[in-house]
Design a protein around this ligand. Structure first.
Ligand SMILES: NC(=O)c1ccc[n+]([C@@H]2O[C@H](COP(=O)([O-])OP(=O)(O)OC[C@H]3O[C@@H](n4cnc5c(N)ncnc54)[C@H](OP(=O)(O)O)[C@@H]3O)[C@@H](O)[C@H]2O)c1
Length: 256
């Protein structure tokens, strides 16, 4: 997808938030000056001051009006974490009072999934490492389990109706292996790596409503200016970001 011998696209970057600079004559959903957020899909090209996009959803992206009560930086984290978390939580068809376990509750999709599962009325257990226990609790998790602790497997007392692995199939632990066996009869285990991310502006609009109503607040780990993008990627590559990492582009940092 990215290119075998060299990048297909010289400008990468999948997620963006910014202001509409101008529109084509047939555009209906947006007007100049609108603040928007979204994903660029296979089109990539978000690491730039300007990006040309279609108003309709496609493999080349989806765009919606940005939540009014968060910054552009927060909006990028909300778009990526929110689309991932919503799509995979929906597979659980979570009902009020059900027990839900989010494995990898401290990453971009994990911090979002904890908050959205609470919003859906679940009793949420978040799994993360020692340094992130307080963060995950502060997002509303009823119980937190430290996957780095030797006895953590014994804390899996619940019979979970739904388990979301929010860190992907490469990252694992003894606890992750054990939690697959802690499903309630009829329960479901889903990995965020099962299938591909759907680019749907309808879901971005739903996330906007949830954010504006105070049900979900995106978590930012760090922001880097575009000039320090190599450092930003090195940091993300270490695999321990808490929430999202954001690149700021353009004058007055008003685009990300
Ligand atoms: N389906 C799709 O189309 C699609 C699209 C994009 C991404 N994804 C998948 O989504 C995954 C998650 O992306 P993301 O950006 O939300 O995650 P992320 O932010 O990169 O996850 C980082 C978090 O993972 C935690 N972590 C690292 N190793 C862990 C382990 N062994 N057990 C539990 N937690 C661990 C880290 O916490 P500690 O520092 O505390 O360990 C850190 O907070 C990606 O890796 C990718 O596989 C899928």
């Amino acid at each position: 997808m990215i290119g075998l011998t060299k990048p297909r696209k010289s400008i990468i970057g999948l997620v963006l938030a910014g202001e509409i600079e101008s529109i084509g004559k047939n555009v209906k959903r947006f007007k100049t000056g609108d603040q928007v957020y979204g994903l660029t899909g296979f089109g990539l090209g978000a690491y730039a001051e300007y990006k040309c996009m279609q108003e309709t959803d496609s493999m080349h992206g989806c765009l919606a009006l940005k939540p009014t009560n968060i910054t552009y930086e927060e909006a990028t984290v909300a778009a990526y974490g929110g689309l991932l978390a919503l799509q995979y939580l929906e597979k659980g068809n979570i009902q009020r009072g059900q027990k839900v376990l989010i494995y990898g509750a401290s990453g971009t999709s994990g911090t979002t999934a904890v908050q959205l599962a609470k919003y859906f009325g679940a009793e949420v257990t978040g799994v993360c490492s020692t340094t992130n226990l307080e963060l995950v609790k502060s997002l509303g998790a009823d119980t937190v389990i430290d996957y780095t602790k030797k006895d953590s497997v014994n804390l899996l007392i619940g019979q979970y109706d739904f388990i979301l692995d929010a860190v992907g199939k490469i990252k694992t632990s003894e606890l992750k292996k054990a939690c697959k066996k802690a499903l309630a009869p009829g329960g479901k285990y889903v990995s965020i790596d099962d299938g591909s991310l759907k680019l749907q502006s309808e879901r971005l609009t739903l996330l906007k409503e949830l954010i504006e109503a105070g049900h979900f607040k995106p978590v930012i780990d760090r922001c880097y200016p575009l000039e320090e993008i190599v450092e930003a990627h090195r940091y993300v590559g270490k695999g321990h970001k808490k929430g999202g990492v954001v690149i700021t582009v353009g004058h007055n940092n008003n685009k990300t």
